[in-house]
Design a protein around this ligand. Structure first.
Ligand SMILES: *Cc1c(COP(=O)(O)O)cnc(C)c1O
Length: 400
């Protein structure tokens, strides 16, 4: 029998980091200059300039993670203790965690079977909220035109968690630049890999200046953020220092990858659409289509199991694993960090969110990095389809 596991592509293996990073790191190791504030024009400062320009934002601040960027965004908006922050009920546990860390109260909003924010529930809850934190979960963009319009009416700021959406556009504009502030991750499973790291972008110099101080620009280090320096000077000694800075080694790993982004986005989208089309040929699976203004940058694939019972969905997960292609049903895999009922650290009682719960019970997740070859994509698609047939038998018939 064919050894599926041995033949299966390793979807967790990373792409090599471009060679330019080695040269930059060598120079850094020779000088020992790892701290971003030791020298002028340090790699972290250059990354901030380049990233802001790449996205079409005025300002950027590099930090230790996207979670740190989300936390600093909430703090920089000067939300009072206990402020209510609307977040989608389908996101990564780091998002409600950042809200709790900022001493705010997460308010969960329903997400539908297309992984997008349910606008009816959003509208019902926004009036009572002080800020909105939109998580573009796995790169799926909710209707940002409607969300921005409602946020404008209720006069609440919009933070974008674009951790997993670098390269996605909405009406041609980069995701992460639509709200007041956008946050990105450089953790290894995101589009740009530095192991860990994050960055926030905004056109609001006051917000960035406050975040600069709180990220750990102690004493006169704000001078090394020349672009917001004078505003930051006013906040000196008036804001706490949380020390969430990025170090120069990370910037040296990130900067040469910025030029790779366009290719990764193009290949990731092609890979996603190729496997999605194969799954859509069977009536066992549903792959939600993008919204018209959305141009995706996927590095993973989400699809819904159609007409499966819980037991069949569990059996499907096991059958894909036996074929060497791990798929996870978000709401059926134990302790999943994206299942809202596992966020028991949120103060108060967790709300009942039947739409989100139903979606999580059938939504599958599989990694699909941009570097995969066509034969690897075929392997993954075939494994998923075969696993479906194994579980459903002849009742998983192809679409007519
Ligand atoms: C990865 C991720 C985060 C957290 O990013 P870190 O850099 O690991 O803190 C937050 N939100 C979403 C949607 C993510 O995918």
């Amino acid at each position: 029998m064919r050894d599926f596991i041995q033949d299966a592509p390793d979807t967790y293996a990373a792409e090599p980091i471009p060679d330019e990073a080695k040269t930059a790191i060598d120079a850094l190791l020779s000088s020992g200059d790892l701290f971003r504030y030791t020298s002028e024009r340090a790699p972290v400062a250059l990354l901030e300039e380049e990233f802001a320009q790449l996205l079409g934002s005025k300002y950027a601040l590099a930090v230790s993670s996207c979670s740190a960027a989300l936390f600093l965004s909430l703090k920089a908006l000067d939300l009072p203790k206990g402020a209510r922050v609307l977040i989608p009920a389908f996101t990564f546990a780091a998002v409600p965690s950042a809200v709790v860390h900022a001493e705010c109260q997460p308010v969960l909003v329903e997400v539908d079977a297309t992984y997008r924010i349910d606008l009816q529930d959003f509208e019902a809850k926004i009036a009572d909220c002080d800020a909105v934190l939109i998580s573009h979960m796995r790169g799926h963009t909710s209707d940002m035109d409607a969300i921005k319009a409602l946020a404008f009416v209720y006069d609440v700021p919009v933070i974008e968690d674009a951790a997993h959406s670098l390269g996605t556009t909405w009406n041609g504009q980069n995701i992460g630049t639509l709200g007041h502030v956008g946050c990105f991750s450089f953790q290894s499973y995101k589009m740009i890999n530095a192991g860990e790291g994050g960055i926030m972008v905004s056109d609001d110099p006051e917000l960035i200046a406050r975040a600069v101080i709180m990220s750990g620009a102690y004493e006169h280090n704000w001078k090394k953020h020349a672009i917001v320096g004078e505003i930051a000077a006013r906040w000196q000694n008036r804001l706490p220092l949380y020390n969430l800075r990025m170090q120069n080694l990370s910037a040296c790993v990130i900067r040469p990858q910025l030029g790779e982004l366009e290719r990764r986005v193009r290949d990731g989208r092609a890979n996603h659409d190729y496997v999605a089309a194969k799954l859509l040929a069977s009536d066992m699976f549903e792959v939600p289509a993008p919204l018209a203004p959305e141009l995706r940058a996927p590095d993973s694939l989400q699809f819904n199991l159609r007409g499966f019972t819980d037991a069949q969905a569990e059996a499907f997960m096991a059958a894909t694993t036996r074929r060497g292609v791990g798929t996870q049903v978000f709401g059926l895999s134990q302790d999943n960090a994206r299942a809202f009922w596992n966020w028991q650290f949120i103060p108060g009682e967790l709300p009942e969110l039947p739409k989100t719960r139903a979606m999580l019970a059938r939504a599958c997740d599989t990694r699909l990095p941009a570097r995969l070859t066509q034969s690897e994509l075929d392997f993954i698609a075939d494994a998923i389809i075969d696993a479906g047939h194994e579980v459903r038998g002849t009742d998983g018939a192809p679409n007519q």
